[in-house]
Every structure is written in C-alpha cells, then in structure tokens.
Design a protein. Structure first.
Lengths: 142, 142
C-alpha cells in the first residue's frame, strides 16, 4: 500500500499552487474541473505521490462546507489498495465504517471513503492501485 | 521531493495503531518515545512513505494543545529536500515563513517547519533526504 495523494481544501487552487511552487520542485502539474464533485483540482506530481489542491466550484460542494467549518487545510489522504474489494471486505469485517460503496473515481479507478471516526479523525480514500504498480502514479504511465 | 511521512495526532498511539491495522497491510512498525518532543511515536511503514501516530506524553506537548483545540487528525506532513539549506533559502526568498531554523530531528536528519499560513493551512515539515535516496525510508536501509 502506498499514499496515492494528499488532498488539500483551498479557497483558490491557482493561488494555492503559487504558494506551493515557492517550496516544491514541481515537475508536472495538471489542472482539471470535476463537475460531479463540484471541484477544480490542481494536481502537483511529486516523486512518488501527488498533492491535490481542491477548490469548490459550487456552494453545494462538500469542499465548500469543509472550508466554512474548518478553513483551508488537509481534507483527506488517499491510499492505494492492490485488491480493493478484498481490502474493503477485510476492513468491513474488522468494523471499519465506509462512506458509501465502491464507485468509479478519476482515471476510471475504483474508490471508496472511510469514515474519519474509524481512523482517528482522518478521512481516508481507498483507491484501486494501477495495474502492475511500480511506484509511479497512473498518469505518469499513460 | 517526496512525502517522507504523514503525522497524525492521536490520544493513544497503540489504540490508533489497532485501528489502522484494520485497513493497512502493515509490514513494519516501530514504536519510540521522543522525550524532547514529549511524544510517543508509532511509525507505520508503507511501501513508499510512513504514517506517524503521535501521542502526547505531557500536557505541555504541542500535540496535547492540538488535540485539545481540534481533536484527533492530521497534524503535519513531511516532505524531503535533497539540499535542505538551498531549498530553505529559496523558499525564504519567495516569502515562505518558517517556524524556527534548521535543527536536528530523528535519525540525525536536518529538519524545519513551515508556518501553515504560508501553505494554505497545512503544517509542513521539511527534512533532508537520506543520502542516495532511492525511494526507501532511511530506516529501511539501516
């Protein structure tokens, strides 16, 4: 298992990117809007993981609510699962609470979320590892 | 640059470990007390990074204050720098605010922290990359 990305809720993804570029040696950045999730995403690719800057594009986005309640900061971390169905069933058996079932996330990968109460206040996304995971992110291989 | 670890403030590191073991395929765990920092640390080694569970061992620990103010959750993320002095100077020139200067952290590595105001609410630790960083954590090599 590896950390696929760290997602940070921000008021403006482009302003936040300018801040992160002051610190990070950034090789590759991708910007996309995800209408389903009501967010604009700036993805900063690091050596082995990604930082996702999430800006809400609607008042109804869960990211809007997060920003209103807590201000800017880390929203969730995503961890890869080699066999997501097996890992979800294993975790369910152990009493881990999920937020909704498996669904299709970006890049067509299966994802689900775990309730922060199950993991000491941390919202964790579990996502299917890319096939033949060699430590690169999926989009580096395409 | 890569993510060295994700640190999570918890009330009990051992109880939290039991929770994380329900989800994670954990190969290697290390437990240590760090009296200087007034914390007990459980380190969960994943494929390419670590999750650090931080339990305060004193009321005066900054982790105690964090738990009191915000409850359990992600406390900081640590990012490696290949040449930490260069990267710190570069970031200072760009207006990034640091919390104290460079000091020696665990495993004798130089570290410093960046003010969350500079990085959209995220507390970031910058730490010197192990020599000849090949994607393994330092302790995997020892």
């Amino acid at each position: 298992m590896r950390v696929d990305h760290i997602a940070i809720a921000v008021n403006s993804a482009e302003d936040a990117l300018e801040n992160y570029k002051k610190l990070l040696n950034v090789d590759k950045i991708e910007i996309e809007e995800v209408p389903n999730e009501m967010v604009k995403v700036v993805m900063i690719n690091l050596q082995d993981t990604r930082i996702e800057l999430l800006e809400p594009t609607s008042e109804n986005s869960p990211i809007s609510k997060f920003l209103k309640d807590r201000g800017e900061g880390i929203h969730h971390i995503a961890i890869t699962a080699d066999e997501i169905e097996t890992d979800v069933n294993h975790a369910l058996d152990k009493g881990i609470k999920f937020l909704g079932g498996l669904r299709t996330g970006s890049y067509g990968r299966k994802i689900t979320f775990i309730h922060p109460k199950s993991l000491n206040g941390v919202l964790v996304e579990l996502c299917q590892a890319p096939p033949q995971d060699d430590g690169q992110t999926l989009e580096n291989k395409i």
